[in-house]
Design a protein around this ligand. Structure first.
Ligand code: GLN
Length: 206
């Protein structure tokens, strides 16, 4: 890739919420492409792992021969942003995983799947987000939360009110960022913009 060109950001398109992420990234001037095949993974500067069902995405990653390659690119520093199921796939550790469930890992966190419980399957809340001067409108859908973070993980947002107040729902560690919620829903593009910046900076420094 020539330096200065728009970053090429893939959206993992094996299952889940792909279209909205492509639209958000395109709106921000990135070259947004779907990623399903190993050769597509080779050609991207950064990757979004969308919400969906983490157990299904995990199985398909293995079936499509993507798991090892993605793990290699993550350890080599490729920026990845995971939303909801994507956060689970980036986590080094899962609480309440299916017995055979694996992750790509990279983020030194423990996530709890479906953490908010059945009664609050889906909800929305205004959240303070590190570095933003006004709250983000966060949409949670059968979301995980972050139960434990390693020493180099930066907490970007916590639940502000209600029974889950204080729970961590957005984190960053180097080029990896994850949110429990779905910023692709709605028109606030600040979180995607943050990820486009992370990817552009990583690309410049290669
Ligand atoms: N509960 C789902 C899982 O465990 C995540 C839900 C979502 O991505 N909206 O993968």
């Amino acid at each position: 890739m020539t330096s200065g060109a728009a970053p090429r950001i893939g959206v993992l398109a094996v299952q889940g919420d792909v279209r909205e992420h492509l639209a958000a990234l395109t709106e921000l001037g990135a070259t947004a492409v779907t990623v399903r095949r190993p050769e597509e993974v080779e050609r991207i500067d950064g990757l979004v792992i969308p919400g969906g069902e983490s157990t299904v995405i995990d199985k398909l990653l293995r079936a499509f021969g993507l798991q090892t390659l993605l793990r290699e690119r993550i350890s080599a520093g490729m920026p990845v942003y995971g939303s909801c199921a994507g956060m689970i796939l980036l986590a080094d550790r899962i609480a309440d995983a299916r017995p055979d469930q694996q992750t790509l890992g990279g983020l030194d966190i423990t996530v709890r799947r479906n953490a908010f419980g059945r009664q609050v399957d889906s909800f929305e809340q205004q959240l303070d987000f590190a570095g933003f001067d006004s709250p983000v409108h966060a949409v949670f859908i059968r979301a995980p939360w972050v139960e434990q973070t390693g020493p180099t993980v930066e907490v970007l947002a916590r639940v502000g009110e209600g029974p889950a107040a204080g729970r961590i729902v957005a984190v960053r560690q180097g080029n990896l960022m994850a949110t429990s919620f779905h910023p692709e829903v709605g028109s606030d593009r600040r979180i995607h913009a943050e990820f486009v910046t992370i990817t552009s900076n990583a690309k410049e420094s290669v």
